[in-house]
Ligand binder design. Structure first.
Ligand SMILES: Nc1ncnc2c1ncn2[C@@H]1O[C@H](COP(=O)(O)OP(=O)(O)OP(=O)(O)O)[C@@H](O)[C@H]1O
Ligand SMILES: CC(C)(CO)[C@@H](O)C(=O)NCCC(=O)O
Ligand SMILES: [K+]
Length: 246
């Protein structure tokens, strides 16, 4: 039996590294680190016995965190996408190709509802995965709000973007506003398309939403929506509890 305060959960994402202790996984905002070096520096003064890692970045992130753990005598557990676990069957033929953040988002979401669901993670990329009766049906990968804008600006001569996220959806009246409003519409389109996808076969389902940009969907979301602070961290917490604490 390991104390939850001894277990650090680490989410190495596309643009940032987040970490939180297992006992705070449901309540606290994760600590955010902008680089691996600053994360490893920060880790040095911390006291924990187990580290659970989810990494969608390069392999050397996993390798450097693993060697840190060897040096510090910390147990290192990296989670990888699985064919089947926690009552979810993955639809991918080659599950090693699915980002572990998507798998962990499904693992987290499955604990939040009994209904057929889709889980939408609104971050650097937007991912959406559908699960019905424990069977993953497949999913979508879309550029996130900032990536969409970057792609537009890079591939046109006369289109410019500004960073501020609109607080509500409306037609834009000058270039920058048309871009921010258009990309907000596209983000919302993922949600609306997911609802249509689920509703075509059944009337009762849940939509679970997480990620740094989840508030961009607040404009349209309905009562069937459940929000998660951080789906990847919640998924890691489920693994850690099942292996260490239970
Ligand atoms: N403090 C913040 N710093 C950076 N981005 C933030 C912050 N708060 C909210 N965001 C928003 O969150 C988005 C990033 O989402 P999220 O944190 O879920 O993903 P990530 O860490 O970039 O990587 P991944 O998508 O792999 O998890 C950004 O597009 C940004 O708009
Ligand atoms: C799609 C992202 C970038 C979302 O973070 C990540 O899950 C990833 O790198 N996935 C690999 C490709 C796949 O999931 O099929
Ligand atoms: K990538």
């Amino acid at each position: 039996m390991v104390s939850e305060q001894q277990v650090l959960l680490v989410d190495a994402g596309n643009s940032r590294i987040k970490s939180v202790l297992l006992n705070n996984a449901n309540v606290a905002e994760p600590d955010v680190h902008l680089s691996l070096d600053s994360f490893l520096g920060w880790l040095k003064n911390k006291n924990f016995s187990h580290l659970y890692l989810s990494n969608v970045g390069k392999n050397d992130i996993s390798e450097r965190i693993a060697s840190f753990c060897v040096e510090q005598n910390v147990a290192f557990i990296e989670i990888f996408t699985e064919k089947e676990n926690f009552g979810i069957k993955n639809r991918y033929e080659n599950v090693s190709r699915m980002g572990v953040d998507r798998w962990l988002a499904m693992v987290a979401a499955q604990e939040m509802t009994e209904k057929p669901f889709c889980v939408i993670d609104v971050g650097t990329a937007i991912t959406c995965d559908f699960v019905v009766d424990g069977q993953h049906l497949g999913g979508w990968i879309t550029p996130g709000y900032h990536l969409m804008q970057d792609a537009l600006v890079k591939n046109t001569a006369r289109v410019f973007a500004k960073e501020a996220k609109p607080s509500q959806l409306a037609p834009g009246t000058y270039t920058e506003e048309c871009v921010s409003q258009g990309c907000l519409a596209a983000v919302n389109g993922v949600y609306l398309s997911a609802v249509a996808q689920l509703a075509s076969e059944r009337s009762d389902f849940a939509i679970i939403i997480g990620g740094g940009d989840k508030n961009m969907l607040a404009i349209i979301e309905s009562t069937d929506t459940i929000r998660s602070a951080n789906l990847v961290v919640q998924g890691l917490a489920r693994y850690a509890r099942s292996q260490l604490v239970a």
